[in-house]
Design a protein. Structure first.
Length: 182
């Protein structure tokens, strides 16, 4: 069996796919939660905007400050990880300790858990929203969210991301997914 190539720079198509799915997920999740404005009034709008704000800040601000600074891609000259956030981390934060990279998955409110929460919350919250406020468009958005999550975990992460990542030998998620030997 042929070993996967480890990327110093991910292909632009992979970076666009990963970030495109992420941004679309956060936007659609915000719209689903925002749709509760009919049921909860202004608080529905606050819920949708709060979710979208939290998700974007967690992914595109906190990740570079907390996780990316410890990643191998920050140390690679001209390196580019799947999200491209290593470039931001390199500019706004000093390089961290590579031995701290696995800490991204330690603790209840660790960056990995917050990232998973930002992906799963609108799907779970969307179910009662759909029951209380049914519409075909809301059903389609909820199905789209589920499909985006499924695509992320069944194809994008195992086939485009982790298998080619230089951090897969120290990353807790790569170990759980069994991609270290691929």
């Amino acid at each position: 069996m042929k070993k996967a190539k480890l990327y110093d720079r991910y292909p632009l198509s992979s970076i666009l796919t990963y970030n495109g799915i992420t941004v679309l997920h956060f936007l659609v999740g915000g719209v689903v939660l925002f749709s509760t404005v009919r049921f909860f009034g202004v608080w529905g709008g606050v819920l949708g905007l709060s979710y979208a704000s939290f998700s974007f800040i967690e992914m595109y601000v906190m990740m570079p400050l907390q996780v990316c600074r410890n990643c191998v891609y920050v140390r690679l000259e001209n390196g580019m990880c799947i999200s491209g956030l290593n470039v931001i981390a390199r500019k706004v934060e000093k390089k961290g300790d590579a031995s701290d990279f696995p800490k991204r998955a330690q603790g209840l409110f660790c960056p990995n858990n917050l990232y998973i929460l930002s992906l799963v919350f609108p799907i779970l919250a969307g179910i009662p929203i759909l029951v209380l406020n049914y519409s075909n468009s809301l059903l389609c958005l909820e199905i789209l969210l589920f499909m985006l999550l499924a695509a992320r975990f069944l194809y994008v992460i195992p086939q485009l991301v982790c298998v080619h990542c230089r951090s897969k030998f120290v990353c807790p998620q790569a170990g759980q997914m069994g991609v270290r030997e691929k």
